[in-house]
Every structure is written in structure tokens, then in C-alpha cells.
Design a binder for this molecule. Structure first.
Ligand SMILES: CC(C)(COP(=O)(O)OP(=O)(O)OC[C@H]1O[C@@H](n2cnc3c(N)ncnc32)[C@H](O)[C@@H]1OP(=O)(O)O)[C@@H](O)C(=O)NCCC(=O)NCCS
Length: 185
């Protein structure tokens, strides 16, 4: 029984979910933006307003924004495939500190939550960060997004800061910053 990760072989697991994780190219970005819309509109009501969901989707998932991240900001996107179906994604990018990478995005289709796929994708990003020479991985998560916080905590992340960021349009991102030292695992 296994969850398979396309890059580093099969993993022992209580579930039988053959999954692959692939580095994305620019041609994958429209599908990533589309899947983000599906997941955000299903998972974020109750965490942020529908107006803020649409505002942030338009701002963060415009193709120009995603292309700039990939082409000029050193951000890498990874696609999660289950039985060849594109069901989730993550993105990882540099920070001002050479040995710290930021997990910008981690998303799995809602009907597949609770199967360990988010953790699989997260572990893959940690491994990629280590391969890049990073010693620490950081992320920001909405303070009301307790499910994601629990998933990060299960995977060894801890809250290190609390930040409120004005994103324009009358909206703020009210986040915890979480971090994990990669050398210790
Ligand atoms: C955050 C998110 C990626 C987590 O994904 P997930 O697959 O549900 O999370 P996990 O991999 O940690 O699995 C969670 C559950 O599966 C269970 N599980 C079952 N089989 C498992 C396995 N083989 N391995 C690991 N966990 C397994 C865990 O015990 C856990 O159960 P619990 O929640 O009852 O404790 C997902 O909830 C998501 O996409 N949310 C919406 C977007 C979002 O908020 N993203 C984060 C932005 S900062």
C-alpha cells in the first residue's frame, strides 16, 4: 500500500493513492490558475469574504503575475497528479535570506482532503528546498485557516510571527508566519 511520489519513489502509507509530483512549466500556469479558483471558492468562504476571494484570485493568479513569478522571481510550481488527474499544486520561492525559502502556495482539491496528499506535497517541497541548499522553510497562513495550520503543525512547522498585510482594495491578509528548520528533520 502506498502513496507514490513521482520523483523519489513510493512511500509507505495507510492509503493507496498513487500520486506523482511534477515541476511545472509556464504552459501549466493557466491550469494552475483555474484549479486555484475551484479550491479557493470551495475552501475560503468562512475564512475571508467572497469579495476578498475574488480580489485575491484576480491579483495573485493573473497569468502575468504567475509568469513573472516563474520567469523572473525564481518561483517554482509543482503539480500533484493522482491517476494522471491534476488535483493540487504548491509553489516555492526565494526570500531575502539565501538559506530561507518560502512556501507560497499549497492546495489540494477539497474532495481529496484528509488522504495525506497535502502532507505528501509539503514533504516534496521540503525535500526540494533542502536540495536547493535551504536551511529553513517559511510560509504565511490565514489565522482563521485552522485546517491548514494543523496540517503544517503535523509536518513540523511552528508559528513564529503574526502579521497583517494591507493588500489594497480595502482588504488585509491577517496571517500567522510558520517556519520549519530543515536540518533537524
Ligand atoms: C492545507 C491542505 C493542503 C492540507 O491537505 P490535506 O491533504 O487535507 O492534509 P494532510 O496531508 O495533512 O492530511 C490530513 C488528514 O489526512 C489524514 N491522513 C490519512 N491518510 C494519511 C496519510 N497517508 N498520510 C498523512 N495523513 C493522512 C491525516 O491523519 C489527517 O487527518 P486529520 O485532519 O483528521 O488529522 C488542504 O486542506 C487544502 O488544500 N486546503 C485548502 C487550501 C489551503 O488552505 N491551503 C493552505 C494555504 S496557506
Amino acid at each position: 500500500m502506498y502513496i507514490g511520489d513521482g520523483n523519489d519513489g513510493v512511500k509507505e502509507s495507510p492509503n493507496i493513492i498513487p500520486a506523482a509530483i511534477l515541476l511545472s512549466s509556464q504552459s501549466d500556469l493557466p491550469a494552475i490558475a483555474e484549479l486555484a479558483g475551484v479550491i479557493w471558492r470551495a475552501c475560503y468562504p468562512g475564512i475571508i469574504s467572497s469579495e476578498q476571494i475574488e480580489f485575491m484570485l484576480a491579483r495573485m493568479y493573473a497569468l502575468d503575475t504567475l509568469c513573472a513569478e516563474v520567469c523572473s522571481q525564481g518561483v517554482r510550481f509543482y503539480r500533484l497528479l493522482v491517476e494522471d488527474r491534476f488535483v493540487g499544486f504548491a509553489s516555492l520561492g526565494p526570500t531575502a535570506a539565501a538559506d530561507v525559502l518560502k512556501l507560497h502556495k499549497l492546495y489540494v482539491r477539497p474532495e481529496l482532503h484528509g488522504c495525506g496528499l497535502g502532507s505528501l506535497l509539503l514533504k516534496h517541497c521540503e525535500q526540494e528546498a533542502r536540495r536547493s541548499g535551504a536551511r529553513r522553510l517559511i510560509l504565511a497562513v490565514n489565522k482563521r485557516n485552522t485546517r491548514a495550520q494543523a496540517a503544517y503543525q503535523r509536518n513540523g512547522f511552528a508559528v513564529v510571527d503574526s502579521i497583517v498585510t494591507d493588500i489594497g482594495g480595502g482588504f488585509v491578509m491577517d496571517d500567522f508566519v510558520m517556519a520549519k528548520d530543515l536540518l533537524s528533520s
